[in-house]
Ligand binder design. Structure first.
Ligand code: NAG
Ligand code: NAG
Ligand code: NAG
Ligand code: NAG
Length: 392
């Protein structure tokens, strides 16, 4: 154990948080499966061809214009996998507050717990959940519909943003009314914490459900902005191909419209510069599955302002190529997300004119996977100072 870890352990012991020298064993987490019934108006997308080649995705998205498609009502009941963690200490005023954690495209709920990377010298270093739990917040991280251990229904007709939004709002409703036996507490306040694609869903919720009765009470959107400069280049950069072909031992049953990212593309798209992250974390990330459903990427995104009047924070790394570089590639340009209201992500303030407060934070030496760089502790600290200042 290094000095920093030892001091942290001593600090926790002094606060009565732990007695054994392993933070992981003191994390009070369990995996749950939640059954969710929802309905939504998805786009009526054309069928995906029976084609598992690398060219299939690009050919499909170029074959129609989503803005002229009709919508179609879809409904269903699906299993959502989640990790629920109770706080490690009681902080008065936080008993009824839960952080709802939503991962990005091609990731899973494990993003919020350092990809479950076993970090023996400083456990918790890259874990948002660990940080939140140690500050007295409960957390619920879900595998979004179509991802991780959640159900993977029709990747064209069902797994689209409107239906994912409906699933999330249904879970909010049931958390607030303590309807799940596996979550034996009532949480009135929901803080929606998102990463990347999760933040696109966050924007959608902020536009469609700007009250804090159906929507969340506060937002922390990470690795995002209302102006995603690299989003068009990201798709081709990731070189997606049918998951059944890329990883047949695990995904042979999935239809061709479930795609898998080429792992070697992660370094240049979602990490910062060499030296800003631990290469063992990147290796861990590259060894994990990275699937998504084609329907997740096709939608009529609104860039309208939200009248949401609660607290909103955007945290985007200074070297986030997906948000700030049209090439979405860290080696092609000097990626520079800047601070201030005219910079990206600060300009997102225009989309939350009523937010109180609207705050942006741009950690230096940080790429798109903001939790997985050496700056993680700084990011977690900034987010939780924001929450405390906002009264949570
Ligand atoms: C929850 O499930 C994930 C994915 O299978 C696993 O990595 C993790 O260790 C599990 N966590 C707990 C607390 O059981
Ligand atoms: C899709 O193509 C594969 C390989 O050519 C074939 O084996 C399979 O039967 C086809 N599936 C459908 C639904 O047409
Ligand atoms: C990023 O750019 C470099 C230099 O042009 C190129 O070799 C590499 O393939 C690109 N990476 C991705 C993931 O597109
Ligand atoms: C926000 O409020 C303004 C003024 O009342 C209204 O015109 C606008 O439609 C509202 N926005 C949304 C997304 O409801």
């Amino acid at each position: 154990m290094n000095l920093r870890a030892s001091l942290f352990v001593l600090y926790l012991m002094a606060k009565g948080v732990m007695s054994a020298p392993s933070l992981y064993t003191t994390q009070s987490c369990r995996n749950l499966t939640i059954s969710v019934t929802a309905s939504a108006n998805n786009l009526d997308l054309p069928p995906f061809p029976n084609d598992t080649s690398r060219a299939a995705f690009g050919k499909y998205v170029r074959s129609f214009d989503p803005s002229v498609l009709n919508t179609k009502k879809v409904d269903g009941t699906f299993n959502i996998a989640a990790t629920y963690c109770e706080p490690l200490i009681d902080v008065p005023g936080r008993e009824n507050t839960i952080q709802f954690l939503l991962h990005g495209l091609a990731y899973t709920k494990e993003y919020w717990n350092a990809l479950e990377y076993p970090d023996s010298s400083y456990p918790g270093e890259y874990s948002w959940t660990h940080h939140a739990n140690s500050q007295g917040y409960a957390t619920l991280a879900i595998d979004n519909l179509g991802d991780g251990e959640s159900d993977r229904p029709d990747p064209i007709a069902i797994v689209q943003k409107p239906f994912q939004e409906a699933v999330i709002l249904e879970i909010f409703k049931n958390i607030r009314s303590q309807n799940y036996a596996c979550i034996p507490k009532k949480y009135e306040n929901i803080i929606l914490v998102t990463h990347s694609y999760g933040a696109m869903l966050g924007r959608m919720i902020a536009i469609n459900h700007q009250d804090s009765v159906t929507g969340p009470n506060a937002y922390i959107q990470t690795a995002s902005s209302s102006d995603l400069k690299g989003i068009a280049a990201l798709g081709p950069n990731l070189r997606p191909q049918a998951a059944s072909v890329v990883n047949p031992s695990r995904f042979s049953e999935l239809p061709p419209a479930y795609l898998h990212v080429d792992p070697v593309t992660l370094r240049e798209t979602v990490y910062g510069l060499a030296g800003e992250y631990d290469s063992r974390m990147l290796a861990r990330d590259e060894s994990m599955p990275h699937t998504f459903a084609v329907g997740e990427l096709i939608s009529r995104n609104s860039n309208d302002p939200s009248n949401f009047s609660g607290p909103v924070m955007y945290i985007t790394g200074m070297h986030d190529a997906v948000v700030c570089d049209p090439n979405s590639n860290i080696t092609l340009a000097t990626v520079d997300c800047t601070i201030g209201k005219d910079g990206n992500p600060g300009l997102t303030a225009l989309k939350f004119p009523n937010a109180k407060p609207f705050v942006t934070y741009v950690p230096a030496a940080t790429g798109h996977n903001a939790n997985l760089h050496y700056s993680a502790g700084e990011v977690f600290g900034a987010a939780h100072e924001f929450l405390e200042a906002a009264g949570f």
